[in-house]
Design a protein around this ligand. Structure first.
Ligand code: GAP
Length: 441
């Protein structure tokens, strides 16, 4: 792998994004990767709040698309697979972008992404002839670095589901239609990564393969299109900025007969958020041919054997993260607020003693904090004044702030303040957990 150091980070983050990128760094959502060594271009690490948000996104996806459905099972397959997988799937041949090099500064670009015929780096207009650049990350198994030991980090999770189709069928006895879901890392040697976490070389996909009868694919495609729209709304991505685009012939992935891209209006342009593809029986048929294993489904009623067709909703975790942050961010004269959906917020509540130097307030606040921490992720803050603490929690999207004051000592209640409305009400301490549960689910 070419290690291109961090020289172009500032260029790759466009202006409209600056506030979100800076908040993400300042508050511990996302840090530049390997920062103490000057970074590694386009690699990002998720900090204490970022990992919570990302985990909450993944947990909600799993709940929605696996646990709440009785036609879905999950798997977690290996990142390094037998290289024959990528031959059969067509990725070794087809998973490429056209690469050109600027003849003056030798910077490399994706030919199809060059908006003007000018080099974005030096302005020159002469490029090499486009050549096909395969995006699979190559590495070696064991001590020898030769063709026999060459393997690839997976470029998509889907192949894990296809190669395990028979295992899942044999062990879970599913009948069509049913799906196999997986969340995990994928790797692509992107020619032009950039725009913060939008396009990176290492990222996570939340993906499912839904197996159906051939003549039923259209209705299932429509179902998943609606489900993806519902998800977008429920995670708080601004629906007004989402466009469903039918990808024309010639621009779809090699395995797809129909693709609808869900595009989002990012500050750097309208670009892909998610994809929904009709993969036909392409993958199962090819794996059957290459592996010699029977990957057909036997209809229990008719006894007929056939390859199921596949509908694939595919959603990047990082693009979800980015679209959520951009949709949730609001800046007014008085404050910066992340209007995160409570179920996704890193902290569900923050607990404060009104005054940090009054031991009786601190003691009750600490007790309240410990009580709530059994069920929720909760922050503690006793620094500065209440106004500063609200400011700090609003910025990271904490939906509720709970203050223990002198009245609390007598009445055993607390003030709970809503991030979005800024309204306050008093709630008995022993009712706080129910209060949060009702509003967070
Ligand atoms: N199995 C189908 C598949 O992998 P894809 O559209 O190539 O389809 C799926 O990728 C999703 O992964 C995209 O819709 C996007 O959300 C995300 N994604 C793709 N490439 C990415 C990259 N380089 N960086 C971050 N996310 C990416």
């Amino acid at each position: 792998m070419t290690v291109d150091m961090n020289k172009s980070r500032s260029r790759s983050v466009s202006n409209g994004m600056d506030k979100v990128v800076s908040l993400a760094k300042r508050r511990g959502f996302v840090f530049p990767g390997s920062e103490i060594y000057g970074g590694l271009a386009n690699s990002w690490d998720y900090g204490p709040l970022g990992v919570e948000l990302k985990n909450n996104i993944k947990k909600f996806w799993w709940k929605r698309f696996v646990e709440e459905r009785d036609d879905m099972v999950g798997i977690d397959s290996a990142i390094i697979m037998n290289p024959k997988v990528w031959e059969a799937s067509g990725h070794l041949k087809e998973f490429s972008d056209p690469l050109v090099e600027c003849k003056k500064c030798h910077e490399r670009f994706r030919a199809d992404a060059l908006e003007e015929k000018k080099c974005p780096n030096c302005g020159a207009s002469e490029f090499t002839v486009p050549r096909s650049f395969n995006l699979l990350f190559k590495t070696y198994i064991g001590a020898a670095e030769d063709t026999k030991s060459t393997v690839y980090l997976r470029g998509e999770n889907a192949q894990g589901m296809f190669v395990n189709f028979k295992n899942v069928l044999d062990t879970s006895r599913r009948q069509l239609p049913f799906g196999i879901a997986q969340i995990g890392k994928a790797f692509r040697n992107e020619i032009t990564p950039g725009n913060f976490i939008f396009r990176t070389r290492e990222f996570e996909i939340m993906e499912l393969e839904y197996f159906v009868k051939k003549d039923e694919w259209k209705e299932h495609f429509a179902h998943w299109q609606k489900e993806m729209t519902r998800w977008i709304k429920d995670v708080g991505i601004d629906e007004k900025k989402v466009y469903e685009v039918d990808v024309p012939d010639g621009e779809r992935a090699h395995y797809s007969d129909k693709t609808v891209d869900f595009e989002f209006e990012y500050p750097f342009g309208q670009k892909e958020l998610y994809g929904l593809a009709y993969r036909t029986d392409f993958d199962l048929k090819n794996h059957e041919k290459e592996s010699g294993e029977n990957l057909k489904y036997r209809d229990p009623e008719t006894g007929e054997e056939f390859h199921p067709h596949v509908i694939e909703p595919s959603m990047g975790a990082e693009r979800t993260f980015l679209a959520i942050l951009l949709s949730a961010y609001e800046e007014t004269d008085a404050r910066i607020v992340l209007h995160l959906k409570p179920r996704l917020a890193p902290y569900k509540a923050a607990v404060f003693p009104l005054l940090a130097n009054k031991p009786e307030l601190v003691k009750l606040a600490r007790k309240t904090y410990d009580l709530l921490r059994k069920d929720f992720s909760v922050a503690w803050d006793d620094r500065g004044n209440i106004g500063k603490r609200y400011y700090s929690q609003d910025e990271i999207g904490t939906p509720y702030c709970i203050t223990i004051d002198f009245d609390s000592l007598e009445k055993h209640d607390a003030t709970i303040r809503d991030r979005d409305t800024m309204k306050q009400e008093r709630v008995m301490i022993e009712k706080l957990a129910d209060y949060l549960s009702e509003r967070i689910a």
